[in-house]
Design a protein around this ligand. Structure first.
Ligand code: UDP
Length: 359
C-alpha cells in the first residue's frame, strides 16, 4: 500500500509528523505533499521534526485568500495524485489545506483518512472557516480518527456510520512526547526567558481579528499591570494579527513580543509558564500534559474535554470576561496528569487500523 500525507500549516506538521514517521519506521511506502499554505511556519516545523516533502505545491501568495488557496491546491494536487496513485491520503484537522486535499482525493476515488475527526463547535461561522472544513472532510473520509469519545459522538449524531469511526486519541500528545523525551526543556527555557514567572499567550483566530483581539489584549495588559507580571507572546505571521498586536501592546513593558517559536522552544515556555491565555486549538490539547491552566479566548469551543477535565475555562472575548478568567486561572494549582486528549500512542493505533493489525 502507498500512503500520502498532506499538510500546509504549523499545527498540521506537528500533528502529522508523528504518524508519518511511525509509518516510515514500520517500513511503509509513504510520502509527503506540502501545500505551504503558511510557508514560513510550516517550514520551521518541518525542520524541527526532520520531515521532508516529496512534493511542495508552494501555494502561498502575498495577498492570498481562502479561495485562492483552494484554487491553487485543486489545480496542483490532482497532478501528484495521478502520478503517485496513493491508496490512502491522510489529512489532519480543519485547515483549508486539509479540506481542499480531501476533496481532490475524493474526486480521484482515493480513500481519505482524517486525523482529528469529529471536532465540532456547532457554529458554522466560529471558528471560521474551520468548522465548515471539518464537516466537509468528515463527509468524504473513509477513516475517521476521532481523538476522543466526545468527537466520536458528534460524528454518530451526524449520521456517519460507526464502522468508519475510530477513537484513537490526538497525535499532538505523540508529538509533544517526542520532543519532551529528546530535549531538556528547562535548559532550553533558560536560554529564552530571563524571568521566572510569566503568562504565555498566543492569538491568531480569524474570527477574533478586529475588536475582539483588542479586548483580549487589553484584558491581559490590565492583569499584567495589576500583578506586575510578564507576558510572553509569540506573534503569529498573519499581517492583520501583527498589526493589532503591535498597535495595542507593542509598547507595553510587560509584554515580550517575539517571532513564532519553533516547537521545542514553545513547549519549553509552556512547561515553565504560570498559565496560558490562547485562542489556539493545539495549545489547549498540550497544556494538560504540563499541568497548565488555559484561559480560552474564544466564544465557542470544539474541545469541551479541556473544561470538563478542569484544565481550562471558555472565557469569551470581552475585556471583563477575559480578566475575570485570568483571576480564576491565577488561583489554580494543577498537576500534570492524564491528558484527556491522548496518551502518546495514537500514531501506532492509526497504523494498526489501516493495516488491519490487531491492537
Ligand atoms: N506553536 C509553536 N510556536 C509558537 C506558537 C504555537 O510551535 O510560537 C505550536 C503550539 O504548540 C501548537 C500549535 O503551534 O501545537 C498551534 O498552532 P496554532 O495556534 O497556529 O493553530 P491551531 O492549533 O489553533 O490550529
Amino acid at each position: 500500500m502507498k500512503f500520502c500525507f498532506v499538510f500546509g500549516t504549523r499545527p498540521e506538521v506537528i500533528k502529522v509528523a508523528p504518524v508519518y514517521k511511525f509509518f516510515l519506521q514500520k517500513g511503509e511506502e509513504a510520502f509527503v505533499v506540502a501545500t505551504a499554505q503558511h510557508r514560513e511556519m510550516m517550514d520551521m516545523m518541518m525542520n524541527v521534526f526532520g520531515v521532508e516533502a516529496k512534493y511542495d505545491l508552494n501555494v502561498m501568495t502575498h495577498d492570498q485568500t481562502l479561495d485562492s488557496i483552494v484554487a491553487s491546491i485543486m489545480q496542483r494536487l490532482p497532478l501528484v495524485l495521478q502520478r503517485e496513485k496513493p491508496d490512502i491520503l491522510f489529512v489532519q484537522g480543519d485547515t483549508t489545506t486539509a479540506m481542499s486535499c480531501a476533496i481532490c482525493a475524493f474526486h480521484s476515488k482515493i480513500k481519505v483518512a482524517h486525523i482529528e475527526a469529529g471536532l465540532r463547535s456547532h457554529d458554522l461561522y466560529d471558528p471560521f472557516p474551520e468548522e465548515m472544513n471539518r464537516r466537509v472532510i468528515d463527509v468524504v473520509s473513509t477513516y475517521l480518527f476521532a481523538p476522543t469519545n466526545n468527537a466520536k459522538e458528534n460524528l454518530i449524531k451526524e449520521g456517519i456510520e460507526e464502522d468508519r469511526i475510530y477513537t484513537v486519541g490526538n497525535t499532538v500528545v505523540d508529538a509533544l512526547n517526542m520532543i519532551s523525551n529528546s530535549f531538556n526543556l528547562s535548559q532550553v527555557r533558560s536560554q529564552l526567558v530571563p524571568f521566572e514567572k510569566y503568562i504565555l499567550m498566543t492569538l491568531h483566530r480569524r474570527e477574533n481579528i478586529g475588536e475582539r483581539m483588542v479586548s483580549i489584549l487589553s484584558a491581559v495588559a490590565r492583569f499584567a499591570r495589576e500583578r506586575n507580571v510578564h507576558v510572553v507572546l509569540p506573534v503569529h505571521k498573519n499581517p492583520s494579527v501583527r498589526r493589532i498586536v503591535f498597535d495595542t501592546v507593542g509598547s507595553d513593558p510587560h509584554f515580550h513580543l517575539v517571532e513564532p517559536l519553533d516547537y521545542v522552544s514553545f513547549l519549553a515556555l509552556l512547561e515553565g509558564c504560570w498559565f496560558v491565555v490562547s485562542d489556539s486549538g493545539g495549545v489547549q490539547e498540550e497544556a494538560p500534559s504540563f499541568g497548565k491552566f488555559v484561559v480560552v479566548a474564544r466564544r465557542t469551543t470544539e474541545r469541551p474535554e479541556l473544561i470538563e477535565s478542569g484544565f481550562g475555562i471558555l472565557a469569551g472575548t470581552e475585556e471583563s470576561s477575559i480578566h475575570e478568567a485570568m483571576v480564576l486561572a491565577s488561583q489554580k494549582k494543577l498537576d500534570p496528569s492524564g491528558n484527556p486528549f491522548g496518551d502518546g500512542k495514537t500514531s501506532e493505533r492509526i497504523w494498526r487500523i489501516v493495516r488491519g493489525v490487531s491492537q
